[in-house]
Design a binder for this molecule. Sequence first.
Ligand SMILES: Nc1ncnc2c1ncn2[C@@H]1O[C@H](COP(=O)(O)OP(=O)(O)OP(=O)(O)O)[C@@H](O)[C@H]1O
Length: 296
Amino acid sequence: MEPQKKLLMIVNPRAGRSKPRGPLYDAAAALCDAGYLLRIRRTTAAGDAARIAAQEGGDYDTVVAVGGDGTLNEVISGIQTLKTPPAVGYLPQGSTNDFAASLEIPSDPVQAAEAIVRGQRRQLDIGRFGERIFVYVASFGAFTRTSYTASQDVKNALGHFGYLLESLRDLDTLRPYKVRITADGETLDGEYLFGAVANSTSIAGMMKLEREEVILDDGLFELLLVPHPQNASELQNLIWALLNQQYNSGGLIFRHVSALHVETDEDLPWSLDGEYEPSQPTVDITNCQRALTMLL
Ligand SMILES: Nc1ncnc2c1ncn2[C@@H]1O[C@H](COP(=O)(O)OP(=O)(O)OP(=O)(O)O)[C@@H](O)[C@H]1O
């Protein structure tokens, strides 16, 4: 008899709206029926998922993150510390699930579990941000504060709408950041309202990139910079380009790049997969091509 495959499920019970637990039970049962020996670990605080993944993930064939993008980030950060990282599955339970949308992972846990059972492996790029890991986006500026200032309760109660509400409040605090970016040798010195380094077709719950533009294992990120408009007509062009998702026009800067060096004299808070990352005067962002194996 073949040895039983071992699966570790790391669950953030606080993620997402107060979702019924029934479908998660059904998903766990489907994984057991498929022959997996299953262990379920629940997090009790931020940081738990990364610690559990790093300490215990090496004993499993598959580690499944159950929660939002923050939980997925922690699980992947944890297993990346292992010599041979196990494959990762994802049962999205968050309020926005940008990355799940990009990967077309079903929000129904049973359907998502079926994808894990099918066991089709897909290699994906992830990002290194200084010492940290991001799975699909590192961003700064407008709309970035949103995902972590929206309290968990607001996010849980209002879901995506909560996000948008907080974004509108953010417009008050819209401000340019003076940043020097070197992206694959090109210098992009300027004042930006927003910047994102991403490997996803969906960013901040509202920006969508064309699937043809975003290849998830090409060793390249998509870099999007929104410059500070200097007059009403520049502003109008920017708004038109953003609303129409024409990221190559209206003064927007859009590139495919593998490594960036970012310098600033300002207090520039970042968001990594929707979680707060404090400002750093300089940071190196690099693409780790095909470093992640996901079951999709
Ligand atoms: N038991 C817990 N109690 C409180 N916070 C937790 C717990 N477990 C994990 N966390 C933290 O909760 C934060 C949010 O988690 P996560 O992103 O998974 O859910 P979400 O915010 O609902 O989803 P999304 O980011 O997709 O909208 C993360 O920073 C995570 O570390």
